[in-house]
Design a protein around this ligand. Sequence first.
Ligand SMILES: Nc1ncnc2c1ncn2[C@@H]1O[C@H](COP(=O)(O)OP(=O)(O)OP(=O)(O)O)[C@@H](O)[C@H]1O
Ligand SMILES: [Mg+2]
Ligand SMILES: [Zn+2]
Length: 150
Amino acid sequence: MKEELRVKKIKDGTVIDHIKAGKGKKVLDILGVENGFPNVTALLMNVSSKRVGKKDIVKIENKALGKEEVDKIALIAPNATWNVIKDFKVTKKSKIELPDTLEGILKCPNPKCVTNMNEPVKSRFKVEKKEPVKLRCVYCERLFGLEDLI
Ligand SMILES: Nc1ncnc2c1ncn2[C@@H]1O[C@H](COP(=O)(O)OP(=O)(O)OP(=O)(O)O)[C@@H](O)[C@H]1O
Ligand SMILES: [Mg+2]
Ligand SMILES: [Zn+2]
């Protein structure tokens, strides 16, 4: 059965498509979808796709994504597609790509890092490798994998 026949269309909101199968739950975590989250949300898992084999899809009503959320999604679901839905139609579509540096969205796991001291220094990581992702803290120069950061 076609994916769009399983879940009612949403009027306004966000659809994140082409998420690698198994990563949809993590995308929900990033977006803060947990008990008490008020918006209507759908997670489709293991949908067949010509392009990526099996995929997950996340749909959230009345929610727009911010840059920080998109960058975090890029870390765990690179090449997912971000669709903005307005009045039942896709009005904007873009591929979620990992930027070269990530600013202010992740906490450096090194307790001695200057970004974890009292002075307000925004965290900054350079993307050193994309798959699997490796990020280097610009301040303490330590290298981290995703499991250390999310
Ligand atoms: N109003 C809506 N409510 C819920 N989901 C929607 C809505 N409109 C589109 N979608 C979903 O958003 C995704 C993108 O829709 P689109 O119509 O662009 O499909 P597509 O042509 O297959 O896109 P792509 O080329 O990115 O795969 C699909 O998963 C589709 O089911
Ligand atoms: Mg498609
Ligand atoms: Zn650091």
